[in-house]
Design a protein around this ligand. Structure first.
Ligand SMILES: [Fe+2]
Ligand SMILES: [Fe+2]
Length: 359
């Protein structure tokens, strides 16, 4: 992978020839493709250099991934096409967007993990194989979602996207924070939707959700692996800068999720969920139930305080008019307020925002 790449002419031509292929709408909140400093990654996973690597723990995880619990899970049936044909009007369009964005996000994980698996093979074969096995899972998820798009007579040209789309560069420590959070949040989102639709089958309008129970266990395992990775890199967790950055990522991931979902309330309402309550539930479960989160993102737990629900709603409301700049605005505002400390708390509005960041 490269940090940035531009569309080749031949790829563009082949894309135009393929009818029914979807393009990704590029916005700040669209799922991104990531690349990182692979040389630094090799240093971090070198057992000669990093004595914190607990290889017994990684070998146990490797065995778990090799078991491949979901090998036979993602099998489609005729219900898919029948359900897609029944989805008409605005809900059909919003379903297509859901499939397209989810497929892009899963495929993004596939690309990053595949490259990490390839690059770490010599330095740390155990960690490298886990990355490769995770890329297997993500490819399966992306493929299943792309087949879902075929029920709507569409498809994402993933080969073209791999070459043509820009890659966002994150240093390894930011990859760890963001990916760990994404995997764990992914788990909570999938299981919440699955449980809700099991209790309210009248909203089960497309069968893909029935697969979420086992699917989310893949994401949970991926999160557990990143948890083990971060434990082996205490320099990314323990000093004041690391604490600040981990909180920054935690809040920015939650805000991004919230803004994305608030722009797509029609989808959540279409499956019988209240968007804000759904997101709050995911944040609460992620921050309070996941014992792994607390050592890495201690500031996150205050989001579960009732007074802070309105804080996040307020951030979303403020950002709705700002669109892409809103995310940057509110996240940096948080950071500034955290640094300013007591002075910021004198302003009631600022004080409420700042309270999300208290350790
Ligand atoms: Fe996935
Ligand atoms: Fe995953």
């Amino acid at each position: 992978m490269s940090a940035t790449s531009s569309p080749s002419e031949s790829a563009t031509v082949s894309r135009k020839k393929k009818a029914g292929k979807k393009e990704i709408q590029e916005t700040l909140l669209a799922p991104r493709f990531y690349t990182t400093d692979f040389d630094e990654m090799e240093q971090l996973f070198n057992t000669e250099i990093n004595k914190n690597l607990n290889m017994a723990e990684f070998e146990a995880l490797q065995q778990e991934f090799k078991t491949d619990f979901n090998q036979t899970h993602f099998v489609r049936n005729k219900e898919f096409k029948e359900a897609a044909d029944k989805l008409q009007g605005p809900l059909r369009q919003i379903f297509v967007e859901f499939l397209e964005r989810s497929c892009t996000a899963e495929f993004s994980g596939f690309l990053l993990y595949k490259e990490l698996g390839r690059r770490l093979k010599k330095t740390n074969p155990v960690v490298a194989e886990i990355f490769s096995l995770m890329s297997r899972d993500e490819a399966r998820h992306a493929g299943f979602l792309n087949k879902g798009l075929s029920d709507f007579n569409l498809a994402l040209d993933l080969g073209f996207l791999t070459k043509a789309r820009k890659y966002t560069f994150f240093k390894p420590k930011f990859i760890f924070y963001a990916t760990y959070l994404s995997e764990k949040i992914g788990y909570w989102r999938y299981i919440t939707i699955y449980r809700h639709l099991k209790e309210n089958p009248e909203y089960q309008c497309y069968p893909i959700f029935k697969y979420f129970e086992n699917w989310c266990q893949d994401e949970n395992r991926h999160g557990d692996f990143f948890s083990a990775l971060m434990k082996a890199q205490p320099q990314f967790l323990n000093d004041w800068q690391a604490k600040l950055w981990s909180r920054f990522f935690c809040l920015s991931v939650y805000v991004t999720m919230y803004l994305n979902d608030c722009q797509r309330t029609a989808f959540y309402e279409g499956i019988g969920l209240n968007t804000k309550e759904f997101d709050m539930h995911v944040i609460i479960e992620e921050t309070s139930s996941d014992k792994h989160s607390q050592p890495y993102f201690p500031g996150a737990k205050l989001l579960v305080a009732p007074a802070d629900y309105s804080c996040l709603h307020l951030v979303a409301a403020d950002c709705s008019g700002w669109q892409s700049h809103g995310v940057i605005y509110c996240v940096w505002l948080q950071l500034e307020l955290w640094l300013l400390g007591g002075a910021a708390s004198k302003c009631s509005y600022s004080g409420r925002l700042w309270s999300c960041y208290l350790p």
